[in-house]
Write a protein that binds this ligand. Structure first.
Ligand SMILES: *Cc1c(COP(=O)(O)O)cnc(C)c1O
Length: 248
């Protein structure tokens, strides 16, 4: 049996090597350990192995697990909780109340609801990534940006959302998040990451009143390419915790 600590060490080594190949410092990359479907005890074990950033994809699971973990480790454990999956309107209050960073903002309606709640709940600003669909896969969430280079309408739609988000109290824009397509060649995945970085650079010029320099991209199967292409946040589950029982 490989332990979480051993997998974490191996992953850190791979992150360091990918960063070195790209001439980047490993500290520039935040590893978000994705604990969705795993119980609080697994988060505690990962914490004891040294991890501090945890990712959940469903607001209700985050809202249940965070207090359990805090009951064991205290409220000032230094953990940052990342909500990495999309939020429906009726779950937006949970997201505003329990997430420290939100990676999957893709609709103005959700942005407005989060902003309202954040002005009430006293938690301060919520850093957010706009999720963009650069691969064009129909199943992917995110703002449609699959042809952003040649379609002004796609750029305009992104710019409108980004401008509105930058003006909403309680939300702090960080950058763009994307998901690579499934089961395609490495070159295709890499091009999605590269195009997402180029889109973030375009957005920084188009909506300069907010920062958009962070890039949340890369999971267990593709984090090496993502780091080489500029990811600042990678979201890794299976490489740390093994296959999830309700999937695969
Ligand atoms: C589950 C999930 C991940 C992690 O996936 P792994 O393949 O387990 O590394 C990353 N991002 C999002 C949005 C997810 O839902």
């Amino acid at each position: 049996m490989t332990t979480i600590a051993e997998r974490y060490a191996a992953l850190q080594e791979q992150i360091a090597q990918a960063a070195a190949r790209a001439g980047r410092r490993p500290e520039a990359i935040t590893l978000v350990a994705v604990t969705k479907t795993w119980p609080a005890a697994v988060v505690v074990a990962a914490y004891q192995a040294g991890m501090r950033h945890f990712g959940e994809n469903r607001p209700e699971e985050l809202a249940a697990k965070r207090p359990e973990v805090e009951a064991r480790l205290g409220r000032d454990s230094g953990i940052t909780w990342h909500l990495i999956g999309p939020v429906q309107s009726r779950k937006s209050d949970l997201a505003a109340d329990y997430a420290d960073v939100f990676h999957a903002l893709d609709r103005l309606k959700i942005a407005r609801r989060l902003s309202e709640r954040l002005q009430e709940n006293g938690r301060g600003n919520l850093p957010v990534f706009l999720e963009v669909n650069v691969s064009g896969e129909a199943a992917k969430a995110g703002l449609e940006c699959s042809r952003w280079e040649e379609e002004p309408a796609q750029r305009r739609a992104l710019q409108e959302v980004a401008t509105a988000v930058a003006g909403l109290p309680g939300l702090q824009p960080l950058g763009l998040m994307t998901m690579a397509p499934w089961q395609v060649e490495e070159a295709t995945i890499r091009s999605v990451f590269r195009r997402t970085k180029a889109l973030a650079e375009w957005l920084q010029a188009a909506v300069p009143q907010a920062g958009w320099s962070a890039l949340s991209m890369g999971m267990t199967d593709d984090f090496v390419s993502a780091i080489e292409e500029g990811a600042t946040h990678i979201r890794v589950g299976r490489a740390l915790f093994g296959p999830r029982s309700d999937e695969e």
